[in-house]
Ligand binder design. Structure first.
Ligand SMILES: *Cc1c(COP(=O)(O)O)cnc(C)c1O
Length: 411
């Protein structure tokens, strides 16, 4: 029999969402009449905006003609989309990013999981705690860690604790590392980083030669004009940062699938002999070897996000979710819970009442209020004692969930 990659066996704790799924289906099985409200997995619920659908329909029709047929496209993405991204996502905010620095993909989960492949197996990696589980798990699979301890912390990783005392925005570590994952607005805490904090990260990275892996999947949910939407708004970031963006949350593309990564031309790593090697060319090599391009209709749909109608419709959806976030925040505060996030991010991070454990609070909300949240501990040891509620729900469900939690916790 073939030997397997034993690093996978270190992932003993399992992935968070399957465990939630298991508990939810077990509960639903024994309580078939319970009407669950799911504010657990961060998946959008509003229909795909009309401007995007119309553009995609047009692209499908084009594919049905001899002149309009498209086979394999450029692996990096079509020029029309990369140009629109450079102009609207960056140029419009005074950030210069060229279309050749943009690589279109089928979403950020793959990009943020795959990026580590182009760095050394010995790279030292710093990862916020709690955070989106993909960063840790992909480094475990790649063999950059030992086994997890009782709290699920893997030997070999440098954890960056995100706590109430640092506003869930960690400081750079005292030691040098090679790679730093950052995610702002943050999943799961809903926190953002200030311009000064990001400038501190850029200074740290340039000081020790680290690469910042900046996941900005939720930038569209930022409301505060002083909060940077891109790491490239910070001077010097072009020399030290890669940014991940996704259409999933901002434009309802979780099922359509499209995202992109920015790898600036100046960004370099070093080879064994210490010579500088441009990261962009390595990523280009990897991307074009392992990926054959996002589908044409999807890229046409993504480009429609930048038309006037597309922007308006996307903004309306973002506003809807942020109104939900406000309802959740206000509702939880009104019953005396301590809450974070939900003002520049679609997630509300709730401190569990009376020192309950994350999974205990999860089970209580599931069993008694029939509301599915996400236990904070599933995102890292520092998430213990917290629970995440997502604002991605229909309004009636969100208000009903808040009401049920209120009734339950009062009783
Ligand atoms: C949802 C999410 C993504 C986006 O994933 P896609 O693969 O683009 O759907 C990326 N990063 C974080 C932190 C997320 O929560």
């Amino acid at each position: 029999m073939a030997r397997i990659n034993e690093n996978y066996l270190k992932l003993a704790a399992g992935y968070l969402f399957p465990e939630i799924g298991r508990r939810v289906s077990e509960f639903q099985g024994s309580h078939p009449d319970a009407k669950l409200i799911r504010l657990g997995i961060g998946d959008v619920v509003l229909p795909l905006p009309a401007a995007i659908r119309e553009a995609m329909h047009g692209a499908i029709d084009e594919l049905g003609t001899t002149e309009g047929f498209h086979g394999y496209g450029p692996e990096q993405g079509y020029g029309f989309l990369r140009e629109a991204i450079a102009t609207h996502e960056f140029g419009a905010r005074g950030v210069e990013i060229s279309p050749d620095e943009i690589f279109v993909s089928d979403g950020s989960k793959c990009d943020s999981g795959n990026i580590q492949e182009i760095f050394a197996a010995s790279a030292r990696v710093a990862i916020p705690d709690p955070v989106y589980p993909v960063y840790v798990d992909t480094n475990v699979m790649a063999g950059r860690t030992g086994v997890p301890d009782a709290q699920g912390r893997y030997a070999g990783l440098v954890y960056l604790p995100c706590t109430e005392s640092n506003g869930f925005s960690p400081e750079p570590p005292s030691e040098p590392v090679d790679l730093v994952y950052l995610c702002f607005p943050n999943n799961p805490t809903g926190s953002t980083a200030t311009r000064e904090q990001l400038a501190g990260w850029v200074e740290y990275a340039r000081g020790c030669g680290a690469v910042l892996l900046y996941d900005a999947a939720y930038e569209a949910f930022i409301r505060d004009p002083d909060v940077p939407r891109s790491i490239y708004e910070i001077d010097g970031a072009r020399e030290c940062a890669i940014e991940f963006r996704s259409y999933s949350k901002k434009a309802g593309f979780t099922g359509v699938r499209c995202g992109f990564i920015v790898v600036p031309e100046q960004l370099a790593g070093t080879d064994e002999g210490g010579a500088a090697v441009p990261i962009r060319s390595l990523w280009n090599r990897r991307h074009s070897t392992k990926f054959n391009g996002a589908s044409y209709p999807v890229q046409v749909g993504a480009a429609a996000c930048y038309t006037d109608a597309g922007r308006e419709q996307i903004q309306a959806n973002v506003d809807y979710y942020m109104r939900n976030a406000g309802i959740i925040r206000d509702g939880m505060e009104a019953i005396g819970l301590t809450v974070y996030g939900g003002t520049n991010a679609p997630y509300v991070w709730i401190r569990t009442p009376s020192g309950m454990g994350s999974w205990e609070f999860f089970d209580r909300l599931l069993g008694e209020a029939h509301v599915v949240g996400t236990p904070g501990a599933g995102f890292g040891a520092c998430g213990e004692g917290f629970l995440r509620l997502s604002a991605f729900g229909h309004r009636e469900q969100v208000t009903e969930a808040v009401e049920r939690i209120r009734t339950n916790l009062k009783g």
